[in-house]
Design a binder for this molecule. Sequence first.
Ligand SMILES: C[S@@+](CC[C@H](N)C(=O)[O-])C[C@H]1O[C@@H](n2cnc3c(N)ncnc32)[C@H](O)[C@@H]1O
Length: 804
Amino acid sequence: MAGAASLASCFTFDDISQASARTDESDKTPVLKLIKESHAKGYDFICIPLTTPKWRERWRNMCIVPSTSIDDTQETATIEQQAEAWRKAPSFFLDEVTISRLDEAAPILVMASDWLQLDSTDDWVRHDSEIALRQEIAYASYLNVQTVILPPPRHRSHVASYARAINECLKSATYINFSIRLPIYDPAVFQPKEKESPSSHTSTSSRSTTTSPPSTPQIVMPRASTPRSLKAARAPEGELNATWEMWDVIRTICDYNTRLTLTLDLTPPLPSNAGILNRWMAEPVQHIFLPASTFIANVKGYPVLPKGTQSFVRNSMTHHPIIIMSGVNSGLHTKGGESAYAQYVRHVEKTSTAVQAAMTAGTVEHFAQGYQDYLQNPLQVYIVTSFPPTVVLTSVQPLMDNLQSITYQTFEQDPVKYRNYEEAVYHALMDWPDSDRIVICVAGAGRGPLVQRSLTAIKRSRRNAFVYAVEKNPNAFVTLQGRKQKEWGDSVQLLFGDMRHVELPELADILISELLGSFGDNELSPECLDGAMRFLKSDGISIPASYTAHLAPLSSSKLYNNARISTDLKGVETPYVVMFQNINILSGDGGGVSGRCGSKIQTCWEFEHPRKDATVDERGLPLTNSHNVRSAKLSFHIPHAGVMHGLAGYFESILYGDIGLSIHPHRKDQVSKDMLSWFPLFFPFKEPLYLPSNSELHVSIWRLTNERQVWYEWYAESFLPVFNAPSPPEHSEDASGDGSFFASASTHVAVPSPVIDAVDAFPSLERSETRRSGEESPRSTAGVIKIGQTSLHNPGGRSSWIGL
Ligand SMILES: C[S@@+](CC[C@H](N)C(=O)[O-])C[C@H]1O[C@@H](n2cnc3c(N)ncnc32)[C@H](O)[C@@H]1O
């Protein structure tokens, strides 16, 4: 991810006018001059307004009738005729636009007029603003402009009108990318509420008397909003949600169009409440608007970003944003000059954890570059041949089909998995009585890495042991024969066939397998090992000893869009393997408002080996697969409003003793840091489910089976806790823990904000992150009201299943 961000320099109309004086023959135009100068200063793009003040003036004259001229009916009629002529055939005069040549348009981001009010409370202002916007878009399209940044919505009550107008633009200009400029929150929420003056109700309609033109956008940030001036400010969560909620309405009305992105305006100081900020990670943030006024001076007078903004920009590097810097030549800070701002942003970029991880060999982030947020069918993951990916989209069923040698080679690049397996085998051997001859069976040997690791563990332990290797892939079996001949000799006996059918010459003491998927059981490890348990002694050891599946609700507009690329149901009813990047886990820790929710990531179920619960026939094989059916009902607390697009699935496994494998976000680094073999699983939802702040989400998931297949079905319902309302239908049995094998390495203690923190919507309730199971909730009388649900996904395994 080196060079994660690009930089753009933002210019006003005044900057363009001033550039005119410096423009000579070779520069051709002031905009080309600015482009040249900016490139020389290390900027990749420039960002300019598309229109000039002349256009604003003409539009106002035509569309806003000043109250002073109300009596002059003749003049009013003339203006109205001009306006109607314009509405019929909207077009610019040369001095109303900043660019007019193709070579000016190529390397620039243009801003549509920021005074347009597509969501004005006045019908006519809205109407004429939309015509004006379409005129601007048509002109931008004529000049082949690639990106248009749109002015922010201002009125929550009319944001649907704004969104409808943008949707029209998306349909009319099919090559332009639109980006909505939006502050993370409206800083007005921190300003003392003034009594509205009568004049503030004055209409701005062209058809009614008017005293003022459309006002300055309400949520374009005031320069005076320095972090210091807001030090003690606190605002209700709902108000901090307002701009995100407007975005949610807009992108929903625009049907999650992939050409619609966000330009996050970081002018106001950011709240340090990570939950509120994390939601932007799941959104398509294309640009970050960073004016010089956002910077504060460090002790030496150089511009630096306030802490909250700094860490937000650092985390946002995963979006590969274009950072639009404005006002950097205004001399706002005493030291460093213009270049200091860009240098500082480059410094922040270098210290981003994501950028650093991507540049460090051996990390998952480095290994998976180019693979982030890319949906792989788990049945296709086997034929990923290299990183970055070259995926051949042919379905491979883990049990029914055979893997290619190159796929095994990809697995074998993982240094951590095999190391942990060797340690597990070594400790199992050391715990075994010394005198015995120990029999090991590797079930599903592939090309032999676990056989090799077993032999190394035997050597290290100085035990007397023998290895059987079972493999059903006839092609991999050739490789195994070669290794036996050249490397292993008589210490290994190979057995070709399905572990559910082959016979072992003697019973094994230790059965080693690696048949795990991203959700633990999703590659049919339980079913295969059922077949292999026949050849394990009654007191024998299975490595792995157990594995668990874990879930959390997730928001990601990108994953949602990727899942519905294929128009059939299959696309949204298939669990995918994904290296998550721009996602947000919506759940919080603690019991929630009712005190009855579980933790942020919760355990669904567990499989243990050897297992004693299956009824077996005379050969030791289960009569049915019923014992491998599972279901889970999980209750999640949703602290901050968001939209759920799917579920994130993880697994953990105990190999032996305290040695394991984990992709659980809170424990993977503790258990198997830098393990490369598994990315998480993504269970998509067909329709996004909106979850308000402090709501509860109940997720149901089933692992189901018939004689030939195993599949998952999933479903969710949302509830709003209400006092004196009916009790929830069912509660999570254990609201305190998540049933993990491994102690969590993470801390859940929120760091208080130095600047602004959202006030909890239920201020008197302490978040019970430390509450123990059984302790009475302070709001145990809270009930819930149902507010939404999804459909049942993949009923009967109609879209996705794994063959037995
Ligand atoms: C995930 S790969 C692991 C290979 C190897 N043990 C490793 O860790 O690199 C699983 C292997 O088990 C084999 N396998 C899966 N189901 C099997 C079954 N029922 N009987 C025998 N082999 C099986 C597959 O062919 C594949 O080689």
